[in-house]
Design a protein around this ligand. Sequence first.
Ligand code: SF4
Length: 981
Amino acid sequence: MFSFLSREPVHDPLDAPTPTAHTQVKTTTCYMCACRCGIRVHLRDGEHGPEVRYIDGNPAHPLNQGVICAKGSSGIMKQVSPARLTQPLLRKAGSERGAGEFEPISWERAFDMLTERLGRIRATDPKKFALFTGRDQMQALTGLFARQFGTPNYAAHGGFCSVNMAAGMIYTVGGSFWEFGGPDLDRARLFVMIGTAEDHHSNPMKIAISKFKRAGGRFISINPVRTGYSAIADEWIPIKPGTDGALFMALLHELIASDLIDHAFLKRFTNAPQLVVLDDCERQGLFAFDPDPTRGPPGDGRHPHNKLVWDLSEGSVKNAYPEGIADGCDPALEGHYTLTDGTRVAPSFQLLRDRVASCTPEWAEAITGIDAQRIRKLAREMGETALRQAFELPIPWTDAWGKQHPTTQARPVAFHAMRGLAAHSNGFQTVRALAVLMSVLGTIDAPGGFRHKAPYPRHIVPNYRAFNDPGMIQPNTPLNAAPLGFPANPEELAINPDGSPIRIDHAFSWEHPLSAHGLMHNVITNAVKGDPYRIDTLLIFMANMAWNSSMNTMAVREMLNRKDEKGEHMIPFLVVCDAFQSETVAFADLVLPDTTYLERHDVMSMLDRPISEFDGPVDSVRIPVVPPTGQCKPFQEVLIELASRLKFPAFTTPEGGRRFTGYPDFVVNFQPQPGIGFLMGWRGKDGTEHLRGEPNPKQWEAYAQNNCVFQYHMPETMHYMRNWNREYLDFAKDKGWRQRNDPVQLALYSDTLQSFRLAAQGKSAGRQPPDALRERIDTYFDPLPFWYPPLEEASTDLDTYPLNAITQRPMAMYHSWDSQNAWLRQIHSHNYLHVNPLTAQAAGIADGGWCWVESQWGQVRCMLRYSEAVEPGTVWTWNAIGKADGAWQLAPGADEARKGFLLNHLISEELPCAGTASGRISNSDPVTGQAGWYDVRVRIRPAEPGEPEESFPQMASMPSAPGVLGKAASVLTYFAGRGKK
Ligand code: SF4
C-alpha cells in the first residue's frame, strides 16, 4: 500500500525527521526562487552516494516557518534535470555561435584560457572585460571581483528587473519593498497591493496575508490582471498598465484636498516644511540653507541638515534643526515667504500641493480607466484608516534630536508594490509618487504601515558612490570606487569629459543618470555597435540573454553571432556560466558548468541581500547537501580561483601568495572593514560574538548547527521609526550598516533630482548634459513626482496598436529555470495569450484559437484564451515558458517550443532618440535605466485557416551539449536510493 494514497498525511511536517541507517536530513536554503526559504533536504543512500529523496520547509526557519511552495518541493527535479551541464565546454573550431557545437575541456584548460585572456585585458585596458550576472545572490562578491579587476562594466540583473522600485523608494524614504522593507500586516487594517504578481517574497507574503485576512483586514489589489494574490483580494481594481502614477497623483490630490494627511509627521520627519528657492537663479528649486556651518546638526556635502523652515508662530525663518523642531515652533507647510536677503521661498509641501492641484480623480479616470468616484473612495479609505483608525503602541523611543516619544504611533495602512510599477519607462516617478503617498499618511516605519529591514534605511542619497572618473580605469589596478552606486548630483556620473558614457551599458551617464543597478539589457547591443567602444570578453552568469532575458530576442541572437569586416565576432569572446543548457549556452565560446543550490556554499549576506525581518537583521547560508554533479563548480569558486590567479590585491597575501583557499574560506575571513564580514552570526575567535567581531574559523559549522540561519532580535525600542530613531541609528552605525548616524528625512521633494535639472537648464556650474539630452533631463528629473505616458507611446501609432501587452510570473515557476522542471512543467507546459472576451471577440478570435500578436517591432503566433480577469485594454501571458526547440534538454517538438511563446519578440531594446550617437536610446526609464518591459503596445488578429498550429517564431533544434545529464526517462520515474531499504 502506497502511503501517498492514504487519507493520512505521509508525515507531520512539524515532526523532527528521524534518520535511519540509509537516510539523513540536512538543512539549507531554497533557491527555486529568490525568497530564500529554509528547507530540510531528506537524503537517502543511492548507488553513487546520497540522493535527494524529498524537500520540505524548515519549521524552525524564521522566514517561511515550514511553509514550502510547489517550486521549493520540486527542487529535486532541478537537481536531476536532464539539462544539467556537467563539464567545461569549448565551442568547436569553425562552428557558428548558436549552433551549440562543443568539445569538452578540463577545468585546468578553462582556467588557463581565462587567466591568459583576462590577464592580458587587465594589463592593457580593463574596461574591455564586462561581467554581467542574472538572478544571482552574490553581488557583494561579483561586484568586488569587477572592482578588483578594474572594470566599470559590471552589473547584476536589477536594471531589467525592478530598479525603479528600489531607486524610487530609496531616493524618497531610504528603503524599499521586499528584501529591504515591506507591509506590516500584523498591525495593518487596510492592505493595498499594486502591480504585484505572485513572486517576490512569496511564502512570507502568503503567510502574512493569510493571518491578515483571518484577523479581518481588508485587502485591495490594483492590477491590470487578477492573478496570484489579486485572486484572493477582497477587491480587485483593474487599471491600465503604466498609469499607476496617475492614480497616485489623484489620491494625493484627494488626501491633501480633504486634509487627510499626517501634519505632525510631515513637519518633523520629512522635508515637507523646508523652504525651496523660487527665484530664477543657480539655486532655483534647491533648498535654501543657512551658510553658517556651526549651526544645526552636522551633515556632509551629500546630506546637509542646514535647511530652513518658516515658523508660523513667530512669523520668521528658522533653521530646520534645531529650532524648527523645538517645542513652540510651528513650521509652515504652505504659503510663500521672503528671506531677509530678498530670496523668495516656499515650503516644498506647497509645491507638492500645487503639483497635485490639477490631478483630479476625473483626470486620472481618463488615464487609468478607474472610475473617479472609486478613486475618491479609495483615498478616503486610506486616509481614514491611517488617521482615524490609528492607535499607539506602548513602545517609547527617542528621536535623533533627543525628543522622547512615550509611545509609537501606528498608521494601519500598508502598501506593497513591485514590477507592475517598476517595469515602465515612467516607473521611477510612479514609485516616487507611491512613496510620497505613503509618507503623507505617516506610514513610513510605523506600526501597520511600511517597515524597514536592516541594513535599511539608508541615507537619502545612500552613501555608495559609483566611480565617476575615466582616469580611475588603469591597467592592473582596482577601481578606487565600486562600479555601482547612487549618484547624488551630476559630478557623480560615470562620464567622460565630453559627457559621453564610460560604461558599456551607458549606466550613470546622462542617458540614465541614476541607474543604480546598471542596464544589462543593453550590453550586447551596445557592445556590438561599439557604443561607446568595443569590448573583448563578456562573461555572463545565470542570465538567458539569447532568450527570455533580452528584449528583441531574435536581433540579440543575431548580434551575438555578428562579425566585423575581418571575420572576428563583434564580441570576441563570450563566456557563459550556468548550471543548465539554456538557449544562451549555445552562443558561448566557453561554457562553465555551475552547481545547483543543493551543491554549493552561498551566503545571504548583510553586505548584499540578507533575509532580515522587521524586528532585526537575519542572514543565512547554503551548505552543500549533495556533492557536485560531474565536474560542476560553483561560480563563486570560479571567481575566487580567477581572482587568485590574476593576483587581485584583495585576494593575494603581502608575500604574493594566494589569500583564500576557496569560497568558504573567503566568506569567513574577508572583511571589508575590521570586524565586519559576509556573515554576522557567531563571529569572534570562539564564535561568541554577533554582528561584529573577528573572523571565526568555525563559522560555517555554527550555521550548519543552527538551521543555516542567524537571526538577531533588536530591542523593541529599535523596531520602529528607524529613519529618526536615535538608539537604532547609533546601533546601525556601530554595526557597520551605515557610515553616519544622522537622521534620514523623507525626501518628498528631491533636491537631488533638481540638481540634474539645473544642469540641464544650464543654470548650475559644473557638468552639463549634451545639448541633445538637455530637454530629456529637464523633463524627467522633476523634483516632485508626476505622471507621464510611457515613452514608447510617443513612437507608437496607438490607433494601430491599441492594446497593452504584459507578462506575469506564474506561481509554479521562476524565470526560465522551472519551465524545464519535470514536475512543474506538468502544471504549465505552454502558455496562452489571455485576453478579455470582449476584446478577443471584437478581433474575431475564438477561445483557444490561434492568433497573431503584432507590435511595431515584431510578431508572434500563439494560442489565445478568454479571461475576464484582465481589463479589456490589456493582453497578457506567463513569462518565460516558451522555449527554443531542444533548449533545456526538452525533447524536440516539446510543448514549450511548439505551443509556448515568448512575448519578448514584440519588445524593442531601443527607441528612436535624436541626438545620441546612434540616434537610438535604451527602451528604459530615463532616470534609472529600468527596462520598459511593460510599455509595448500590440494588436491581435486571428491566424489564417491552414496556418501551422504552432507558435511563431520557431528555432532550429539545439543539439545536446556533450556531457549533459540528459536522463529524461529516469526523471519521470525518479525515486531516490532505488534498491535501498
Ligand atoms: S517561495 Fe518556494 S521556491 Fe521560493 S524560496 Fe520559498 S520554497 Fe523556495
